[in-house]
Design a binder for this molecule. Structure first.
Ligand SMILES: C[S@@+](CC[C@H](N)C(=O)[O-])C[C@H]1O[C@@H](n2cnc3c(N)ncnc32)[C@H](O)[C@@H]1O
Length: 459
């Protein structure tokens, strides 16, 4: 079949990542832009012996849950990364729940209903949905309810591509084509980010712009050969911005040697601090202290995510019992600090030296120790009774799972942003003697195909 081939498909059920499943000529088809229950005409975009990939080009019979593609109003028609742009928010959550339950069963060998699996809306969206149902007026100072109800105003971290003319935008799916922001909005960003006017910038020579918005502070990171040159344009814009903003720009030379491959395996270039101290301050409801995180450091993306995960991990770990709690893949220490404030003794491990420096600074005065290292080689597993792990999308993997199995850990709280790798880790933990007590997912990535899972295992 060629890329121009069109097929008519009956859409059967949701697949992971925001696609849907159909069948055609004995093959499974993963369809983008469709909704289960619909009949669509789709263009084939890829194929292998048993699987086709397709993109919806025309809807013959529409689902009642279909909405006008949000990307049109957002000024980025055809952009990637908003897999549920055409689905009502509440229904997208139901589709993600069904797809994730399927992954837990198929890959993890688990009965999703037996472990109480469900997807919960983030507080921001839940409150807007409930206020809207009750007809309550908008509250002054609260985020714009329309955007929240639509699932399009939650990211405190956004990355933009930059086209040859220096315009910021998003990439088309599976391509390097930049779709410039045409409506003066960075899709999915919180109102505070969109108030900054970043979409007016022209930054030729920059390849990527990252924005991190914290509490009364934030950072803009410019990457690419022209980053240093263009940083001044951003600095002059920040004069009107509320709070303290740091501007970081990549230097022209690539970092080499150990530790250089810290951004998804690509060589990172050293960052030069052009303005500010380089840190973003974060205030997390339920955590007593403000936390700092480097402008290019990892932080949970949804504005409610840090509080949701701290609360979820606290209730999963329970009261202090005198044992050490491992905080594996600890980043700037968010989850461990949330536990240390409740009296737990924490041993955190993290691969990024900068993140560990932030964790140490953040944890001052608490019973919490953070070390730089790969979790795969962590020495402290033997003594702990509880392990919290929050690995990257690739999951913990067999080496870490086997180390946990060989340790004295009795309870594991696995926080994951990928259902497939979580299911794979759970399967190996169960085969090694753990049982899954519960799995929930928080919809901390509205309008996209992603979820944030919290699984609790005991033995
Ligand atoms: C999903 S983030 C979690 C951070 C933290 N728990 C939080 O909530 O802010 C994953 C972290 O794991 C770190 N990381 C990735 N692979 C690692 C490895 N093999 N060993 C140690 N840390 C790793 C990354 O640098 C990142 O900070």
């Amino acid at each position: 079949m060629s890329g121009q081939d069109r097929v008519t498909l009956e859409i059967l059920r949701p697949a992971a990542g925001g696609e849907s499943l159909a069948h055609h000529d004995g093959r499974t088809v993963f369809v983008a832009g469709a909704i289960p229950g619909e009949t669509v005409d789709a263009e084939i975009t890829g194929e292998s012996r048993r699987v086709l990939r397709a993109r919806t080009v025309e809807v013959r019979e529409a689902s009642p849950h279909r909405v006008t593609d949000r990307r049109i109003a957002l000024g980025v028609p055809g952009a990637g990364g908003l897999e549920f742009a055409h689905v009502a928010l509440v229904h997208s959550r139901a589709l993600k729940e069904q797809a994730a339950a399927d992954q837990l069963e198929r890959i993890g060998g688990l009965d999703a209903s037996q472990v109480g699996f469900r997807v919960l809306p983030a507080p921001l969206e839940a409150a807007a949905e409930s206020a809207s149902r009750e007809g309550a007026p908008d509250t002054e100072g609260a985020p714009d309810r329309e955007g929240v109800l639509d699932g399009t105003a939650w990211r405190t971290r956004v990355q933009s591509a930059v086209d040859a003319d220096g315009r910021l935008g998003m990439l088309a799916p599976g391509s390097h084509t930049v779709i410039p922001y045409d409506a003066g909005i960075i899709p999915l960003a919180v109102d505070e980010v969109n108030a900054l006017g970043l979409t007016d910038l022209r930054l030729p020579g920059v390849t990527r712009v990252e924005v991190a918005a914290g509490h009364d502070s934030g950072a803009v990171v410019l990457r690419g050969g022209g980053a240093r040159e263009q940083a001044e344009a951003v600095v002059s814009q920040t004069r009107d911005w509320p709070g303290e903003w740091s501007i970081l720009a990549e230097a022209g030379t690539r970092a080499r040697g150990r530790g250089a491959r810290n951004r998804g395996g690509r060589f990172a270039r050293p960052l030069h601090t052009v303005q500010g101290d380089g840190w973003v301050r974060e205030r997390v409801p339920g955590v007593d202290r403000d936390l700092r995180v480097r402008g290019d450091g990892f932080w949970q993306v949804h504005r409610d995510a840090a509080a949701v995960l701290v609360s979820s991990v606290r209730s999963a770990v329970g009261d202090p019992d005198g044992g050490t709690v491992l905080d594996l893949y600890c980043g700037a220490g968010l989850l461990g600090i949330g536990l240390a404030e409740q009296g737990h003794s924490i041993a955190g491990i993290e691969g990024s030296a900068q993140a560990v420096a932030d964790a140490v600074a953040n944890a001052r005065g608490l019973d919490a120790r953070f070390d730089v290292g790969r979790v795969e080689g962590a020495p402290d597993f033997a003594a702990a009774r509880t392990a919290v792990l929050d690995p990257p999308r690739t999951g913990a993997g067999p080496a870490v799972v086997d180390a946990l199995l060989a340790s004295s850990v009795q309870r594991i709280v696995h926080v994951s942003c990928d259902g497939a790798t979580l299911a794979r880790d759970l399967k190996r933990l169960v085969a090694g003697g753990f049982r899954v007590s519960s799995v929930v997912a928080h919809d901390l990535f509205p309008v996209t195909g992603h979820l944030e899972f919290v699984a609790v295992l005991d033995r």
